[in-house]
Design a protein around this ligand. Sequence first.
Ligand code: GLN
Length: 313
Amino acid sequence: GAMPGWDRVEALAVQAHARYASNADGHVADYIPGLAAADPELFGLAVGEIDGSVHGAGACETLFSIQSISKAFVYAMVCDAVGHGVIKDRVGVNNTGLSFNSVIAVELNNGHPMNPMVNAGAIATTALVPGATPAEQWEVIRTGLSRFAGRQLELDGEIYHSEMRTNQRNRAIAQLLESYGRIDIDPSDAVDTYTRQCSLRVSARDLAVMGATLADGGVNPVTGERVVSDQVCRDTLAVLASTGMYERSGEWLFEIGLPAKSGVSGGIVAIAPGKGAIGTFSPLLDSAGNSVRGQLATAYLSRALGLNIFASA
Ligand code: GLN
């Protein structure tokens, strides 16, 4: 069935926020120095519907770097550009069962990145973004993610520089991919562009609109613009269901029943196909790197709004 009425969704968003605002479990990510400064109290969420309405609560307008959530939307753009078969062979669709920045996962699979939601696969995906130069690729990404959000997204320069000083592991992963012939561009350029895409600033509200665009078959329900094809949305949501919440993806799907993507700055976007999306932001993370309040609030909303994709009614 459809989402409940507008006022009901609005009330549930406020309730989900109130319910978990005092939960202070988890830790702020600190392996990127710029992220360690995040305010652990921050908590915002928004529900976006495919009719274009957005219901926010708490710090839903607060901007933060999108981090790994960018992987979902850059993947969708690259699927749209290169097609289902190419991206499937090159990047894969299976969960690694290992942490998002695992080097071993690459080695264990003969240099295959396995899927686009871990760093290896995301860097390989970014390397496939159309454009003759890194500057052109970056412009394609920034413009594409902005279309998903329905507004011009900006780079957080401080986060970008902070990560570029400390991303030796991602550089190693990119070089490893190059050694296996998995990326065709300069690995430093691929990492630079990947780090920029992770540093785009979004709010929980933006995430709700970006997710609702995937829920709506690729049309942004707020601007009415077609961003990607309907087929690309199906491909992207399938990948998110199996890999979007890192090595906890199975558990997440079992408990919450929605394709989703998280990032280490504390964002989560969860998509209910044909209905809408939930965007949450709270920097306190669990040991896999998923926002604690975000997971709780999304679970609550998924249940209350009847969004689980495996439910028959
Ligand atoms: N930019 C971060 C990294 O590459 C993104 C990681 C994440 O959000 N899981 O380490």
